[in-house]
Each structure stands twice: as structure tokens, then as C-alpha cells.
Design a protein around this ligand. Structure first.
Ligand SMILES: *[C@@H]1O[C@H](CO)[C@@H](O)[C@H](O)[C@H]1NC(C)=O
Ligand SMILES: *[C@@H]1O[C@H](CO)[C@@H](O)[C@H](O)[C@H]1NC(C)=O
Ligand SMILES: *[C@@H]1O[C@H](CO)[C@@H](O)[C@H](O)[C@H]1NC(C)=O
Ligand SMILES: *[C@@H]1O[C@H](CO)[C@@H](O)[C@H](O)[C@H]1NC(C)=O
Ligand SMILES: *[C@@H]1O[C@H](CO)[C@@H](O)[C@H](O)[C@H]1NC(C)=O
Ligand SMILES: *[C@@H]1O[C@H](CO)[C@@H](O)[C@H](O)[C@H]1NC(C)=O
Ligand SMILES: *[C@@H]1O[C@H](CO)[C@@H](O)[C@H](O)[C@H]1NC(C)=O
Ligand SMILES: *[C@@H]1O[C@H](CO)[C@@H](O)[C@H](O)[C@H]1NC(C)=O
Ligand SMILES: *[C@@H]1O[C@H](CO)[C@@H](O)[C@H](O)[C@H]1NC(C)=O
Length: 649
């Protein structure tokens, strides 16, 4: 044993310096980490027969079905059982594809004019289909798809359906150029953009913001990033923007700007630290959370940066509109014509030339759109987040809370609570071993998150509360508005359940009048104490599970207290060689906020028998090795003993 410890000194310390071994597990005691890690809340899912390079889904909240588009097929799937209800085969219609693989990668699925509207790359000759259910006895209608679907799934595109009109952005040329945001099909006129308005754009999202009292003022917001026109070598080559057009815009008159947006305006979307001129410039994903009053509609935008850090900024549509309605036009210093350029008017074809000219030549606002927290992003992280979804959750006291679900590029989902202007990272769920999330949709009614990977579609039950623990304090500390403490344990939120979302204050557990717990549901507390009998002079360690990465763990022995040494998801106490003082009782104590509890208790007694070969192998293989692969464990133990030394007796 001793020799095993001494051999890897240099190697082990070197590895430690590199941080190997703790790479994927958060360090305990820091609230910048997810509080708990879960692996097993995946309720069900769907496995593809062949891995998909690209997939899209259409998830209709009030329906029992979802549609999934992959390569050469569309599936209609039951959202509860994940059985395939119907399969549409959509292979390419061209016999000979000119270049590239002759595949039809589905890029668009949308409910459109009472049918399912599907488009695909179709061997670089985009096509769309209106699919009817076989019971309707109608054959599928085929429509030209250029400008709706890209030529290759790797090219940028987006689509949006509004009152029977289809809006889309997709390249018009095979090489991905001539990327336009247009109204492409439906009852209203087709309208498109003026080429000079954007520069090498990547369209991220489009959203229809309704104004109940004033539908003629409905707007469509477009979120995108584009080439930065600032040629300073220090400047980020990309910059993010929000643009908007009026739903009622029918384009200009026959003589000027016919079939061009007359209401297009854009503004810079700022996310960062304005006081330090430090910005996250690359918009990645957007989730728009609609509200009763359009002004309160919120835009949750995920950005990345040139320094490998990501950020979430939150904007309100009221604040965005304020810029479009009140800012000056960048580069334009004459009197602003009336009606003000960008205003929604019933008949855009009759707009005065002066108004449309400003839109044509100066569509950008001088002022920038700042996030609601202004001085800093809502959340900055070193995780490489790729997708965002937001849910609005009613807590046990009927207050409303926003939950962000963020996916990482390594197949994880972080559940993040928005508390005031601060994020609180409730949990991390590993859904796939290092596979990137292709698509993500939240089902706010069923409280599920549907996540698409290349090999499968998985579902997370957002009300999975079983991982938070078996005491009221554990449940309250989880700070999860989906979960509350009741006599049945930590369960999905019910009115009157015990929670403390805003304050994370465990005193609610004492104050509340307790109903007797249903002990057939809540397991009785287990006896934490373990007794080990250990000979003198041998090295030994004790292990304690880490339940919350926001807690601090310490070992208590007699009147001494020493720090806990983290090894992945366990926390160790190392004894380099047993002496008389090392015998006795040990307690592993976790402290979070001001909740303290004993996680584990050990009693070490002296083992007098020295002759058996078996005795010392006992100490190496105990509780911890069940959690940690043996090789990591041995290496880790060596690292710990050598690099940290036996600080505590
Ligand atoms: C499908 O993807 C999974 C995960 O990325 C991978 O493990 C598996 O080998 C792939 N299967 C095929 C047939 O490529
Ligand atoms: C569907 O079409 C088939 C063949 O064209 C015909 O025999 C059948 O009666 C039709 N069914 C309905 C419900 O229209
Ligand atoms: C960002 O990450 C990429 C790929 O992981 C790496 O090549 C690059 O050096 C990183 N940049 C910075 C500034 O850390
Ligand atoms: C534009 O500014 C005026 C005057 O400051 C203000 O009354 C108005 O509410 C602003 N518009 C928006 C949409 O906020
Ligand atoms: C972040 O994830 C995306 C998507 O997988 C990937 O393209 C990008 O290179 C990643 N960035 C870094 C810095 O690792
Ligand atoms: C306890 O829970 C079980 C299972 O849900 C239920 O059958 C039983 O009636 C409950 N008992 C009480 C006293 O509520
Ligand atoms: C700890 O306890 C030992 C004996 O149990 C005693 O000798 C020692 O003074 C105590 N140390 C402190 C700091 O209380
Ligand atoms: C717990 O901590 C809070 C603030 O951190 C404090 O106000 C409160 O009094 C503490 N409660 C107890 C029981 O110590
Ligand atoms: C050593 O351990 C093995 C398995 O635990 C046991 O079968 C054997 O009897 C032990 N030998 C001695 C000498 O105790």
C-alpha cells in the first residue's frame, strides 16, 4: 500500500495541476455550480433507427402528437407513449443529384393552412409538401421550396407562420448567399428585404408579438447576428441585432419599393458590461416569453463571445419598441418625415416617398437595445450553452417564477431559476454522453422538456423532485418552483406545499404546521453510522457522498474539524497512517445556508490482529469505490495523500 502511494508522486501531482479527474464534476461550496447532479430523471423517449445529422420537431402544446423530421422522413409520434402513429416517407424526387449526398433533410415542419407543411433540402433542390392524413384521402401537394428551406441543412434558415402567412429566411443561392427574411406564402403579398440592410446575416429567431387591442400594430421581430461594419482589428467580427417589420406591411407602391418591407428597422442588441465596453456579440438562440401586455413580453437571448464564455441577457419588448419609436436614425440628420419611418400603417403602398426613403437608406437606430439589467448580463457562464428554453412556473403560494433550461454542447441540461436579477442553478441533468442537442422544446402544460439528439429524443420530467432528498429542508433548499414539501415528501408543487423560492429560507419548515408524514411514502432515516476496525500504522480514508454542490462539507473528529477532500461526487478524509488519536468517532457535516446536517458517521476501532493478509485490503475498497471507477480512485487517493498531505489528524 505504501509503495503504491509513493510511486506516482510526480505523475499524480502533475495531473492534479492540470485539473484532471475533477474536470466534469463541480467543486462543492460554490453557488456558481449546479446545486445537484441528476442522471436518471429521463422518463421515456424515442430512438432513431439511424443516427440523424439534423432533426426538427413540431410540438403542439394542446395536442397529443408531435412531428419529427429527419433525413427522408417525417414521423408523427404520440407524446406520452412515444409510439409512431404515422410515418411519411419523403425521399428526394430528383433521380440524379448534381452534387453532395442525394438526401432530403427535413428543415421545416409547421402547421400551415390546415395541413402539415414540410420542407426539405431534396438533394439541393428545396421542396415543400403539404401533408394530409391518409384518412383525408388527399394526395400530397408539392410546392417549390427555395427561400423556405436551405439547400443544405448546415445553411442558415428560419420560418414562422402568422395567421396563415409563412415568413421565412433561407438562402436563394446554392452557396448559401442571398439570405433574406421574407413573407413567402399565404394571403398577404410576398414582401422581402432590401439587400443593403444586412451584411452576411445569420438569422436566429423570428417572433410574432400580438397587440390584442390594436392588431394592425402587430409586429414581427427578427433576431440575428451579422458582420460588424466596424473594421477595427480589436472589434468582434460579429454583432447582434434585432429587427422588426409590421404584420400589415404590404410593401411600397408600384413606383417605389414594391414588394419591399416599408417598416423594416433594426437596432443593436447589447449584452455585456457597457461600463467596461465588454460585450457578448454572438447571438446563439432566443426564447420569447409572451405576456398579456405586449410590453411585458420578454426576450431571453443566449450569446457567446470570442473568449469562450456565454451569457444570457433578458430584454422586454416594451424597451425594444421604445428604441424603434424614439431613437434617431443612424447616419440621418435631417428632419424625421411623417409618418415616422417604421410606423405600421394600413396601406403601406400609399406611404410618402420621404418616409420609405429613410427606411431604405437609414434603417438602423442610433440607440442600442439594452437588457433589463443594463449593467451586466443576467447570467454569465463558462459553459458552452447552445440552446435555451424558458418556462413560467406557479409556486405553491401562487407566485410566478421563470425557469431557464439551457443545454450544453456536451449533452447536459441546466435548470436555472431567475431570482430577481440573479440566476440560481438548480440542477444539471446528463442526458446523453457528449452528444450535442439538435433541438429543444418546452411543454409548459405537461411540464416536460423534449430534447432531440442525433440518436434519440429524450424527455425530462421538470417536476422530478425525488432527487432533492427526504427532508423538508432538503426540498426547500432545492429552490425548485416545480417541487414542494408535503406529507408525501418532496413532490410536484401543490397549493400550500412548503417552499421558499425567493429566500431559500429553511425556517419555513419549522414554522409550518406539520401534518403527519405519510411514512409509507417517505423512507425512514437510515442509520448513518458505520464501524470499521483498522490496524495501527495503515493508511485509511473515510468517504462521504456530496448531495449538494452548494454545501460545504467538513469532517468532525473529537473536538477537531477538518476540510473535506473532494473526489468527484464524494468527499474524503485521509489518514496517512493510523495512530492512536485517529481512533474514535467521525462525522461528515454538510452546511448549506444555515442548515447543517450529518451526512455520514464512522467509528474507527483498533484491530489487534495483524497476521492476516486480508486486513489492509479492507480499507481500500469501501463505500467510495462503489461510486468511483477503481483506477480513478487509486490515482486520486495517491494525488490527495501526496499533494495535500495529512493535514488533519
Ligand atoms: C449514433 O450516435 C451515438 C451517440 O452519438 C453513437 O454512440 C453511436 O455509435 C451512433 N451509431 C451509429 C450507427 O453511428
Ligand atoms: C378514397 O379514395 C379511394 C380510391 O381513390 C376510394 O375508393 C375511396 O372511396 C375514397 N375514400 C373516401 C373516404 O373518400
Ligand atoms: C476557445 O475554445 C477553442 C476551442 O475549444 C480554443 O481553440 C480557443 O483557444 C479558445 N479561446 C480562448 C480565448 O480561450
Ligand atoms: C417615446 O418617448 C416619449 C417621450 O419621452 C414617451 O412618452 C414615449 O412613451 C416613448 N415611446 C415608447 C414606446 O416608450
Ligand atoms: C460550443 O458548442 C458548439 C456547438 O456544438 C460548437 O460549434 C462550438 O465550437 C463550441 N465552442 C467551444 C468554445 O467549445
Ligand atoms: C400514504 O400513501 C399511500 C401511497 O400513496 C396511500 O395508499 C396511503 O393511503 C397514504 N396514507 C395516508 C395516511 O395518507
Ligand atoms: C481537544 O480535546 C483534547 C482532549 O479531548 C484536549 O486535550 C484539547 O485541549 C482540546 N482542544 C481544544 C482546542 O479544545
Ligand atoms: C439563517 O441565516 C439568515 C441569513 O443568512 C439569518 O437571517 C437567520 O437568522 C438564520 N437562521 C438561523 C436559524 O440561524
Ligand atoms: C481473506 O478474505 C477472503 C474473502 O474475503 C476469505 O475467503 C478468506 O478466508 C480470508 N482469509 C483470511 C486468512 O482471513
Amino acid at each position: 500500500m505504501r509503495r503504491i502511494v509513493f510511486i506516482p508522486i510526480w505523475f499524480a501531482c502533475f495531473l492534479r495541476v492540470l485539473g484532471v479527474g475533477v474536470k466534469d464534476i463541480p467543486i462543492f461550496g460554490s453557488t456558481d455550480n449546479p446545486r445537484i447532479l441528476t442522471n436518471d430523471v429521463i422518463s421515456d423517449g424515442f430512438q432513431y433507427q439511424v443516427n440523424q445529422t439534423h432533426s426538427v420537431f413540431l410540438y403542439l402544446e394542446d395536442s397529443e402528437e408531435m412531428y419529427v423530421g429527419g433525413t427522408d422522413f417525417v414521423l408523427k409520434i404520440d407524446v406520452d407513449s412515444y409510439h409512431v402513429i404515422e410515418e411519411f416517407s419523403l425521399t428526394t424526387t430528383e433521380q440524379q443529384c448534381e452534387e453532395g449526398p442525394c438526401q432530403n433533410v427535413i428543415t421545416v415542419i409547421e402547421k400551415f393552412q390546415d395541413s402539415l407543411f414540410v420542407c426539405g433540402t431534396n438533394g439541393q433542390k428545396p421542396l415543400c409538401w403539404k401533408l394530409f392524413s391518409p384518412v383525408n384521402n388527399q394526395s400530397h401537394e408539392i410546392i417549390e421550396g427555395t427561400g423556405i428551406s436551405p439547400f443544405m441543412h448546415t445553411q442558415n434558415s428560419l420560418y414562422l407562420s402568422v395567421e396563415g402567412d409563412l415568413y421565412s429566411a433561407a438562402p436563394l443561392d446554392t452557396d448559401g448567399s442571398s439570405l433574406q427574411f421574407r413573407r413567402k406564402a399565404g394571403s398577404r403579398t410576398n414582401v422581402w428585404m432590401y439587400d443593403k440592410w444586412v451584411s452576411e446575416p445569420t438569422f436566429i429567431s423570428a417572433s410574432w408579438v400580438k397587440r390584442k387591442e390594436d392588431p394592425d400594430n402587430d409586429k414581427i421581430y427578427i433576431f440575428f447576428r451579422e458582420k460588424n461594419t466596424d473594421n477595427d482589428p480589436e472589434a468582434d467580427p460579429w454583432i447582434s441585432k434585432v429587427a422588426r417589420v409590421c404584420k400589415v406591411d404590404e410593401g411600397g407602391s408600384k413606383r417605389f419599393f414594391q414588394n419591399m418591407w416599408t417598416s423594416f428597422l433594426k437596432a443593436r442588441l447589447v449584452c455585456g458590461f457597457p461600463e467596461e465596453s465588454l460585450y457578448f456579440n454572438r447571438l446563439q438562440e432566443v426564447h420569447v416569453m409572451h405576456a398579456e401586455d405586449w410590453r411585458d413580453t420578454r426576450v431571453y437571448a443566449l450569446f457567446s463571445s470570442s473568449w469562450n464564455s456565454t451569457a444570457v441577457c433578458i430584454y422586454s419588448v416594451g424597451m425594444i419598441e421604445e428604441i424603434f419609436e424614439n431613437s434617431t436614425f443612424k447616419g440621418y440628420d435631417k428632419d424625421v418625415p411623417k409618418p415616422r419611418p417604421g410606423m405600421c400603417v394600413k396601406n403601406s403602398r400609399s406611404l410618402p416617398l420621404a418616409t420609405v426613403s429613410v427606411v431604405k437608406d437609414y434603417p438602423e437606430m442610433t440607440d442600442w437595445v439594452h437588457s433589463i439589467h443594463y449593467t451586466s448580463p443576467f447570467y454569465v457562464s463558462s459553459n458552452n450553452y447552445t440552446k435555451i428554453a424558458v418556462d413560467r412556473v406557479q409556486a405553491a403560494d401562487q407566485s410566478m417564477h421563470n425557469i431557464l433550461l439551457l443545454s450544453t454542447d456536451t449533452g447536459r441540461i441546466h435548470k436555472v431559476l431567475e431570482v430577481g436579477s440573479k440566476p440560481f442553478i438548480i440542477s444539471q441533468t446528463q442526458l446523453s454522453s457528449h452528444s450535442t442537442v439538435q433541438s429543444m422544446k418546452i411543454d409548459s402544460k405537461r411540464k416536460k422538456l423534449v430534447v432531440g439528439f442525433s440518436e434519440k429524443i429524450s424527455t425530462i420530467d421538470l417536476q422530478g423532485c425525488q432527487d432533492y432528498g427526504n427532508t423538508c429542508e432538503d426540498c426547500v433548499l432545492a429552490r425548485d418552483p416545480y417541487c414542494s414539501w408535503t406529507k408525501f415528501g418532496c413532490t410536484r408543487t401543490v397549493l400550500g406545499g412548503i417552499q421558499s423560492i425567493t429566500d431559500q429560507d429553511i425556517r419555513v419548515c419549522i414554522k409550518s404546521v406539520k401534518e403527519p408524514l405519510n411514512l409509507s411514502v417517505i423512507p425512514a432515516p437510515v442509520d448513518l453510522r458505520t464501524v470499521h476496525s483498522v490496524p495501527l500504522d495503515v493508511p485509511f480514508y473515510l468517504s462521504c457522498p456530496i448531495n449538494s454542490y452548494h454545501a460545504v462539507y467538513t469532517w468532525k473528529h473529537g473536538n477537531q474539524s477538518c476540510p473535506c477532500l473532494q473526489m468527484q461526487s464524494n468527499c474524503l478524509h485521509l489518514i496517512s497512517a493510523m495512530t492512536q488519536e485517529n481512533y474514535g468517532n467521525y462525522e461528515c457535516i454538510s452546511t448549506e445556508r444555515n442548515y447543517t446536517k450529518a451526512m455520514k458517521k464512522y467509528q474507527l476501532t483498533e484491530q489487534k490482529v495483524k497476521e492476516t493478509q486480508n486486513s489492509s485490503s479492507h480499507n481500500k475498497i469501501n463505500a467510495a469505490s462503489a461510486f468511483v471507477p477503481q483506477i480513478w480512485f487509486n490515482l486520486g487517493l495517491a494525488i490527495a495523500v501526496i499533494c495535500f498531505g495529512p493535514r488533519c489528524p
